[in-house]
Write a protein that binds this ligand. Structure first.
Ligand code: APR
Length: 232
């Protein structure tokens, strides 16, 4: 396999072994919440306190988790890969950055970012938002929200992602259930562009049948092995 241009898509499964829960557990709940209670604009409008508390807790927990071998392997790929590379993550944690990835996009936003509903600024953010701090950019009070792409909202950076998929000759999806679009459709776009498509996941996803190759197992084992093949 001698690709020149690689697109990697990651989902919650790559962070699972770091101790960050995936979204779709067997009980259909996400850390005890229904997704529609914490991950939609309507939920935020109805009950901002609950939504802030949920994301504040997840942001605080980032200090307790570490990148695993899969994040670090992608960081090494980024450092060593001479061709085009774009790592697109659906995850809102910061484990890819801490694992060394630089050519990285967070299509569903970041926990460590806040967005101002008054001036639309996106600001690096470490602390809580529940106490309604003023926007550092425009001073508006009580208008900051988590910079997370919720259901019904447009993911970030779709133009750049589409351009990268159109010229990819290898597409790799890691730890994602293939249930949420547009990310679940990237394999289709990459295939249409002529890319070889590999899925690395604990179990078959909803879109496994669209890939040329599916490798089942833990990301912490499968990702370093694939990166070794690529940089060998
Ligand atoms: N190694 C590899 N894959 C794993 C591991 C692991 N250690 N643990 C779990 N997985 C797989 C699961 O089998 C599952 O297919 O990771 C996948 C995680 O799927 P989801 O929880 O649905 O997460 P994801 O696909 O990232 O969700 C997409 O949905 O709720 C929204 O915006 C949110 O970005 C999120 C999007």
């Amino acid at each position: 396999m001698k690709p020149r241009s690689i697109v990697v898509l990651t989902g919650a499964g790559i962070s699972a072994e770091s101790g960050v829960p995936t979204f779709r557990g067997p009980d259909g709940l996400w850390e005890g919440h229904r997704v529609e209670d914490v991950a939609t604009p309507e939920a935020f409008f109805r009950n901002p306190d609950r939504v802030h508390a949920f994301y504040d807790a997840r942001r605080a927990r980032l200090a307790e988790v570490e990148p695993n071998a899969a994040h670090k392997a992608l960081g090494m790929l980024d450092a060593r890969w001479p061709g085009d590379l774009l790592i697109v993550t659906q995850n809102v944690d910061d484990l890819h950055e801490r694992g060394g990835a630089r050519r990285l996009l967070h299509m569903h936003g970041r926990l460590k970012s806040a967005r101002c509903l008054a001036c639309d600024a996106r600001l690096d953010w470490e602390g809580p938002l529940a106490h309604r701090p003023p926007c550092p950019a425009c001073g508006a009070a009580g208008r900051l929200r988590p910079d997370i792409v919720w259901f019904g909202e447009m993911p970030y950076d779709m133009d750049r992602i589409d351009r990268a998929l159109a010229r990819a000759d290898l597409f790799v999806a890691i730890g994602t259930s293939g249930q949420v679009y547009p990310a679940a459709g990237f394999v289709e776009d990459a295939r249409a562009a002529g890319a070889y498509c590999i899925e690395l996941n604990l179990e078959p996803s909803d879109v496994s049948f669209r890939f040329h190759e599916c490798r089942l197992g833990r990301a912490s084992e499968l990702v370093p092995a694939l990166v070794d093949e690529l940089v060998a």
